[in-house]
Each structure stands twice: as structure tokens, then as C-alpha cells.
Ligand binder design. Structure first.
Ligand code: GLC
Ligand code: CA
Length: 584
């Protein structure tokens, strides 16, 4: 497939981008005299706060979070000190996958509200200096999208080529693995036209055919519709899957154990991204982030390096994938984050995250959610996220140290992927007790229980019956209680966002790993224009020693997750202790 070559129009938009970024850079630089930092961008300096609308705040009592609910909490969001909100999909959807199955990209899911509500939300955010990033779910649509209804109606429909079809008279299509299907078979037979359609996710999420230029331009027009409304960016859902090899080769047996090697970044995907950049992204001041960074560092660079004109950043899963029910190696954790930093030190930009709506709760997965260590380990993890190079993505509720709910019955789960896999495990006569244990640790619903606002019924999330159970610990862990406590996780998080904001060294500064072989402590410095910060984090529940070149020199302590104020660099850290010093 070919792409339009370098045209005059492209050249003009290229010049426009140069000018735009020149002005953006200048105005940023003016706010921080003396910091001569190249390639400054607002989205590099932002802290992104992810809101899962279904679980954030319900304004009308139907048990489902909504846009009016978010509007009612804008001051709370502002007071966190975050700059950008990423909203999970809010488009019309039959909700097979909580909005990741879009039936109309230009409308709002009725559970969430109306277009007037999103306009009001956007205005409310902009009035407070907060930007809005929308989820863009275009690897697939819902099977209830008008395009799919048309596409499935006849083989000669003008929409037929919007999706991938395999005529059944050619026999069974070569096996493709589906992540969410009960049988993990990505081809679904549809009798209307005696053909199979492709769905990498659920049966209600047919994959869109990106080879079709008509489809691509529909997507670009839709993106412009949102950009013209004034939104500030897109998070590209599952986009690394978008390109398929439509000669449909047979993949080796067992390929599904390593499906990313076959599914991600199929040649041609960069062409789509460059075209999207030309057609849409280059015309606006948008931030873009891809879910998934491909299979290699090179893949990641190719997606985000500025001279590629594709996206701004991607998030890699290597870090988050480390934590298993049996724990994780801190040495490995340090290695993974150090390697990514190193590979992106000169070029490109990173995202830093350890939790989102597809994952367990931050403190339950990477910290320690026992009453003894929950607060301190949660603060330690937040310290990590806010002091690394790259744009931090921080998931709603983690600022309170919210935990996994500890569901024990399948009836407590709502996530289709979890439920379908449950049936699959039953069908293959697997050890169901083992599966229940696994999902209690890593199931996606762990991060989707309602936001814990206060100690009143249903944690103040809804006056009705919540769509998913509230974590019973809401009576002690909630925002209202933490507002009053100066040492709460919430107030600690606010100190961290302020510290990052006041010190660009945390955004752009050079990262150096210290005490590399220390199996308990993660220590590093960040340095920029003569300013040097030292961060030391004990990732364990035991006291641990740390060996840095600074010995017990004098330094200015900026923040500690214990009540402390020492200006001597420590050599022993208490359980989960996090401490930040300014050295120069
Ligand atoms: C992404 C989303 C996830 C969704 C899937 C399919 O991984 O984060 O929630 O289920 O894509 O759209
Ligand atoms: Ca509602």
C-alpha cells in the first residue's frame, strides 16, 4: 500500500508545526527564566490523571459514574495539581467492554450524559487550566456501529471493506488468537453473508480494516470533530494492532503465547500514523500517546521520535508486567526502568505508569496493602512515579492508596474479559480456584471499583446501587478523611505534584541509577542545569541499607514519606521509606 508523497500541503503544515512548537517552546521558557532546556513541550511537563468515568462519581443516582459527576469534582481534580485528564471512552456504546466498543464516535454514551455535558466538562477543565485527553478506540468498533451493521448486511455493501471478512466458501480462515473471546478464536462466523469477521478483542468488537483509505479518512474526520471542539489529545487504544497482514498467512502453532510478535507494529502501521499526523495531528496542538510501545525499543522510537511525525509518546508494558502474584524482583524493576530511560535519553519521550483501568491497584500490586504498610508503600510508589523522567500517568484513586477489593466470587466481577476467560477456564476444566486467585490479584475490575469519596453509604460515589461493589475499606480509606489529615496519601501526592512542577529537573533532568545491585532500594539522581536531586526508595517491608557516593553528606531534604526532617543523606531506610534530597 502506498501513501501520498511529500506534497505542498504537507510542507505548509510542516512549517505551521515548526512555528507552533517555536511559540510553545518560547512561552514555556519564559515562565522559567534561566532554564535553557531544548525541546520543551507542555505534554512533557504535564502530570496526567486518568479518570475511569464509570467509577468516578455518579450524579444522577443510577449507580454509574457520569460526566456531571466529574464536573462536580473538578475542584478536587484541580487541587491535585495535575495538568491533564485522560478520560476512558465516553462515546456511545452498548458497553460490552465498558465503552471500548464504540457504536457512535460522535455521540456520548447515554449512561454518561450528553454532548452538552462534555462541552461543559471541557470548559470547566479549561477554566481551571486542565487539559483533556480522549481515548481513541479505532482498532475496532462495536458490532452495533452503523458501519458494521452495513458491512455485515451484504458482501456488496459500500461498508464491506470497513472490516475484515473471510468468505466461508474458502474454508476456515487461518487461526487468529482473540484476547477476549470465550474460545480465543478471533474469527466469528456470521451467517447473513456466510463469512467470518475478525475480532482480536470480544465478538462485539470487530476489527476495523485500516487498509481501506475510506475508513482511515472517516477516522481522521472524527478526530478533527473532537479536536475542533478543543480537546487536547488522544490516547490511542490498542493501536499497535491496527495493521494486519491481509494475506492471512498461517502462524506457527502456539504463536498466541507470544502474539505481540505477530500482531504489533505490522509493517505499514507507521504509514497510517504518518498519514494521521499529516491529516490531523499536525494541524492542532494535541498530545498523543499510544497504548503499547511495540516489540522493541526501535519500534518505540519509530513511533515517537519527533522527526518521524507520528505520535508524542507511547507506554511500554515491561515495567507493569513484572509484578506477579508471587511478587517481583526489585533488581529487574530497576533494570527495566533504567534501560527505557537510557534508550530514550537523547531522543523521543517516555510515559511512566504502574497502574490503569486494566490493572490491579498500584499499592496492592507493587506495594503492600496491609494496614501496617499501605500508606507508606503507596506514598513510596507515588514518589517513584513523580520523580522519573517521562510523563507520569497516574490512575484515579491511587492518590488515596485505594486497594484491590479482594473479590472472592465470580458474581462480583463485571469485566467481560475476566468473565469470558472464566468460562474458557471452565470449558477446558482448569483449576478454577487457581483462576479465582489469579483474578483477585490481577483482574481488571480491581482498579474499577468506585472512587472512595467519603465514609457515607457507597463511599459517596452514588445514592443508588453501584454497578460494581464498593471496596468495603471505604470507611477508613476515603478522600474526605484524607483531606483533613496533613500526612495522608492524598496530601502527600499534592506535595509531589507541586515538587515536580517547581523543579523541572524531575521532568527533564538526566537520570543516573545508584547502588545498582541493591536488591531492596531503588536510588537515583536527577540532574539539570546545575541542580541535582537524590531519590531513595525502599521497595521492601524491611529496613534496608543504601550505598550512594554521597555517604552521609549534608543535603536539603525536600520530602519524606515518614515524619522526618533530616538534612543528612541516609544510609539506612525504614520499610518502604521514600526520601528526596536536593544535593546542589
Ligand atoms: C485497551 C484498553 C482496554 C480494552 C482494550 C480493547 O487495552 O485499555 O480496556 O479492553 O484495549 O479496546
Ligand atoms: Ca449516573
Amino acid at each position: 500500500m502506498s501513501f501520498p508523497s511529500f506534497s505542498t500541503a504537507h510542507f505548509n503544515s510542516f512549517v505551521a508545526v515548526l512555528l507552533c512548537s517555536f511559540f510553545a517552546t518560547r512561552s514555556l521558557a519564559q515562565t522559567n527564566q534561566g532554564d535553557s532546556i531544548p525541546n520543551r513541550r507542555w505534554w512533557k511537563e504535564a502530570v496526567v490523571y486518568q479518570i475511569y468515568p464509570r467509577s468516578f462519581k455518579d450524579a444522577n443516582g443510577d449507580g454509574i459514574g457520569d460526566l456531571k459527576g466529574i464536573i462536580s469534582k473538578l475542584d478536587y481534580i484541580k487541587n491535585l495539581g495535575v495538568d491533564v485528564v485522560w478520560l476512558n471512552p465516553i462515546y456511545s456504546s452498548p458497553n460490552d467492554d465498558n465503552g471500548y466498543d464504540v457504536s457512535d464516535y460522535r455521540n456520548i454514551m447515554s449512561d454518561f450524559g450528553t454532548m452538552a455535558d462534555i462541552d461543559a466538562l471541557l470548559k470547566g477543565m479549561h477554566d481551571r487550566g486542565i487539559k483533556l485527553v480522549m481515548d481513541l478506540v479505532v482498532n475496532h468498533s462495536s458490532n452495533e456501529h452503523e458501519w458494521f451493521k452495513q458491512s455485515r448486511s451484504s458482501r456488496t455493501s459500500p461498508y464491506r471493506e470497513y472490516y475484515h471478512w473471510w468468505p466461508a466458501e474458502n474454508g476456515k480462515p487461518p487461526y487468529r488468537y482473540s484476547l477476549f473471546d470465550v474460545n480465543h478464536d478471533a474469527w466469528m462466523y456470521d451467517k447473513t453473508t456466510n463469512a467470518y469477521y475478525l475480532h482480536y478483542f470480544s465478538r462485539k468488537q470487530p476489527d476495523l480494516n485500516w487498509e481501506n483509505p475510506k475508513l482511515r479518512h472517516e477516522v481522521y474526520d472524527m478526530m478533527k470533530f473532537w479536536a475542533d471542539k478543543g480537546i487536547d489529545g488522544f490516547r490511542m487504544d490498542a493501536f499497535q494492532f491496527a495493521r494486519k497482514d491481509t494475506t492471512w498467512p498461517t502462524f506457527p502453532k502456539g504463536f498466541e503465547k507470544n502474539f505481540g510478535q505477530y500482531y504489533y507494529m505490522v509493517p505499514g502501521l507507521h504509514g497510517y500514523l504518518q498519514e494521521m499526523n499529516r491529516e490531523v495531528l499536525s494541524k492542532y496542538d494535541l498530545m498523543t500517546v499510544a497504548e503499547g510501545a511495540g516489540n522493541t525499543y526501535e519500534d518505540a522510537h519509530n513511533m515517537v521520535d519527533a522527526d518521524r511525525h507520528e505520535l508524542d509518546m507511547a507506554y511500554a508494558f515491561d515495567g507493569i508486567d513484572l509484578a506477579k502474584p508471587t511478587g517481583y524482583s526489585i533488581l529487574k524493576f530497576k533494570q527495566v526502568f533504567s534501560k527505557w530511560d537510557n534508550v530514550f535519553a537523547e531522543k523521543g519521550w517516555l510515559s511512566i505508569f504502574l497502574a490503569n483501568h486494566d490493572q490491579a491497584r498500584l499499592v496492592s500490586r507493587f506495594g503492600n496493602d496491609s494496614p501496617e504498610f499501605r500508606e507508606v508503600s503507596s506514598k513510596m510508589l507515588s514518589t517513584f512515579l513523580m520523580t522519573m523522567r517521562g510523563t507520569p500517568y497516574y490512575y484515579n484513586g491511587d492518590e488515596l492508596g485505594m486497594t484491590n477489593p479482594g473479590f472472592t466470587k465470580i458474581g462480583q466481577y463485571r469485566d467481560k474479559a475476566t468473565l469470558n476467560e472464566y468460562h474458557h477456564q471452565q470449558n477446558i476444566h482448569a483449576d478454577m480456584a487457581k483462576y479465582m486467585k489469579e483474578i483477585a490479584f490481577s483482574g481488571r475490575d480491581n482498579g474499577r471499583t468506585p472512587f472512595q469519596w467519603d465514609g457515607s453509604k457507597n463511599a459517596g460515589f452514588t445514592s443508588g446501587t453501584p454497578w460494581i461493589e464498593v471496596n468495603p475499606n471505604y470507611k477508613t480509606i476515603n478522600a474526605a478523611a484524607q483531606e483533613k489529615d496533613p500526612n495522608s496519601c492524598l496530601n502527600y501526592f499534592r506535595k509531589l505534584t507541586k515538587l515536580r512542577k517547581d523543579n523541572l529537573v524531575f521532568v527533564y533532568g538526566k537520570y543516573t541509577l545508584l547502588d545498582k545491585g541493591n536488591p531492596s532500594v531503588y536510588a537515583y539522581t536527577r540532574e539539570l542545569n546545575g541542580k541535582k536531586m537524590l531519590v531513595m526508595l525502599n521497595f521492601t517491608s524491611k529496613q534496608a541499607s543504601v550505598n550512594t557516593p554521597f555517604g552521609s553528606a549534608n543535603a536539603q531534604m525536600l520530602l519524606c514519606n515518614y515524619d522526618d526532617s533530616t538534612n543528612t543523606v541516609k544510609t539506612i531506610l525504614r520499610p518502604y521509606e521514600a526520601i528526596i534530597y536536593r544535593l546542589q
